[in-house]
Design a protein. Sequence first.
Length: 147
Amino acid sequence: MDRRNFIFNSISLAAGSLGLSMYLSACGTQKQVQASNKSGLITLPLQSFKNEKGEYREMVSVNAEGVPYVIFVFRKTESEFTALKGMCTHNACDLNPVQTGLDCPCHGSRFNKEGTVLNGPASKNLTRYFTSVSGNDLLINLNKVIP
Ligand code: FES
């Protein structure tokens, strides 16, 4: 291996490690939850956002009955949440959570935690659903999209 290849390989290895650690870091603050779905109204206990130590998670990924994609819910404050359809707007691949938001493994599109496109080829932002807090639950309305 010549010097040039050694440097390239070292940089690639470091970048891969960084990406993995960023992904794992993002995973450490999220949880997968099963949720009920009544005519497009998803009900999720707010308790889902707390970890075993009682600390808040930044994000929960929701698998809802009859919904063929994951809904990623980011907690901004006690009453403010962003619920995003976990499907890439470029070609419908499932998205992965990362430190900065959501990444698409298919062609590299990246979205922030509000669903805004950071990098193409996707040109449309993610679908955002209306959310509201009712008692101890977070309600996600799949029939009401935020423009
Ligand atoms: S399907 Fe996501 S970037 Fe192509």
